[in-house]
Ligand binder design. Structure first.
Ligand SMILES: [Zn+2]
Ligand SMILES: [Zn+2]
Length: 478
């Protein structure tokens, strides 16, 4: 396992990563509340944490990546009522669209997408435990968490009540003991989906599903929780209070990772603001690789501003510069013989061999993808003079030229080369091609590792009579 450092929001410091049970890494990321079409802000968190999972797996960690689906929530219910559609059917439809977008984006790293409504027994059990331990109280059919009893509330975000947030209006609710108390279980309202509970029919609050799911799947304590920086308060504060209050174990999460917001012309992108750019349309117009390039050509913690008619056009141009040598090298590799009529100079060969290590080292410092991309551009300039002469090189030399691009395809998800027929095809084909090149340069450990990663992602790989076949990944249970 390669050591790496990651910025942890709770300790406000960059820390050396230490898994609880090496080499296993439990990773949970706040997923979608599917009630409408996803926008490109959602795509950012998905691609950022996909990159993190890909890098960790490359470095030898066995990542179990869980991304939840908040399929019952105020927004889902409200939209369902507006459209006259059952809210659970509505969220199902938008979740399927999300999975399609994820397949197109090459986000194949998520092991499991648990839906809130599939974890009602765990949710009810956690709420009951919190009531039994005096952390929560029932009132008028709802159950609230008593924030006063959890002094650490506010440590993650540096704020304790919604009132501290500029522009926030504190919801006045007579059934709560204190304004900052948050709901764990919400009494049923006629016409809304509800489930039986010891406190009467109702539905889960927003925060409880995360901790009911993670305690069940990842344990009372786990390694990484990711999500947008806007979720720190109150959502992630509530999670810490719930889980630590219920299990008595601390800390719930060893590394809190928060990605910066994607803004549109400087404003937060949100349905409620009315300034959203759709994810599916953007994928149609620019393709997955340009979009991934746009997201990852900024540090994941930085805000990223999207300017219509400019950002993706610039990304497309820059990406083309990066991808051109990669594609030429891969095409040449496909038809090259073992030996060529020319050989790479030692200096360039050494640069190529050292570059993959530099790329890993760059990402190992809190995932500096922008700097890694800059290294790829500089490699493109180094190999530039050879692009006209690729047919003179043998496969071992071409594999050295391709290695930094193979690294990028594995970790960043681009460049994956010419598109294949199926959605997941380009990603799998690119991984298999990288495996062939690893074999060509004699790196059999790397070749085996790529195969293992594909197997872990549910892709069956079979070598038969000199050719390699694969079958599509099995979807995780949902
Ligand atoms: Zn969460
Ligand atoms: Zn969440």
């Amino acid at each position: 396992m390669r050591p790496f450092e990651v910025y942890d929001t709770l300790s406000r410091s960059t820390r050396r990563f230490q898994p609880i049970t090496p080499p296993k890494v439990g990773m949970f990321v706040c997923g979608l509340t599917p009630y409408d079409d996803a926008h490109i802000g959602h795509g950012r968190f998905a691609v950022v944490f996909d990159m993190v999972a890909r890098a960790l797996r490359r470095w030898g960690y066995r990542v179990f990546y869980v991304q939840n689906v908040t399929n019952v929530e105020d927004k889902v219910i409200r939209r369902g009522a507006e459209l006259g559609v059952d809210p659970l059917k509505l969220s199902d439809r938008y979740f399927r669209a999300w999975r399609d977008a994820m397949d197109r984006l090459g986000v194949l790293s998520v092991n499991y997408y648990p839906h809130a409504t599939d974890y009602l027994p765990e949710i009810l059990e956690q709420v009951r435990t919190l009531v039994d331990r005096g952390r929560a109280y029932a009132s008028e059919g709802s159950v609230y968490y008593s924030v006063a009893g959890f002094p650490a509330y506010g440590e993650l975000s540096g704020q304790r009540t919604e009132a501290l947030r500029p522009g926030a209006r504190l919801e006045l609710d007579a059934s709560k003991r204190a304004p900052e108390d948050f709901v764990l279980w919400k009494a049923a309202t006629p016409g809304e989906p509800s489930w039986e509970s010891p406190w009467g029919p109702g539905r889960p609050g927003w925060h409880i599903e995360d901790t009911a799911i993670t305690v069940r799947l990842l344990g009372a304590r786990y390694d990484i929780h990711g999500g947008g920086v806007d979720l720190k308060f109150p959502h992630h504060e509530a999670e810490i209070a719930q889980a630590e209050g219920a299990t008595g174990q601390s800390p719930l999460v060893n590394y809190w990772m928060h990605n910066g917001m994607l803004t549109l012309h400087g404003e937060k992108m949100a349905k409620s603001v009315g300034n959203v750019v759709g994810l599916a349309e953007t994928l149609d117009a620019f393709g997955p690789e340009v979009l991934r390039f746009f997201y990852l050509n900024a540090h994941y913690r930085s805000p990223l501003d999207f300017v219509a008619g400019k950002s993706l056009e610039e990304a497309r141009e820059a990406f083309a510069t990066l991808a051109k040598p990669a594609e030429a090298i891969r095409v040449a590799f496909g038809r090259a013989g073992e030996t060529g009529t020319a050989a790479l100079p030692d200096g360039l060969r050494r640069e190529g061999e050292a570059l993959v290590e530099r790329l890993d080292a760059t990402l190992a410092e809190d995932f500096r993808t922008r700097e890694a991309i800059a290294l790829l551009f500089s490699w493109g300039r180094s190999v530039g003079p050879w692009l006209e002469r690729l047919d003179e090189l043998g496969s071992a030399d071409l594999a050295i030229l391709a290695a930094p691009y193979d690294w990028a395809t594995e970790v960043l998800g681009f460049p994956s080369g010419p598109p294949a027929a199926t959605d997941v095809g380009p990603v799998v084909e690119a991984a298999l091609a990288a495996r062939a090149r690893a074999r060509a340069r004699g790196d059999f450990a790397e070749a085996d590792r790529i195969r293992e990663d594909l197997t872990a992602a549910g892709v069956a790989v079979e070598d038969r009579g000199g050719s390699t076949r694969w079958s599509a990944p099995r979807r995780p249970p949902s």
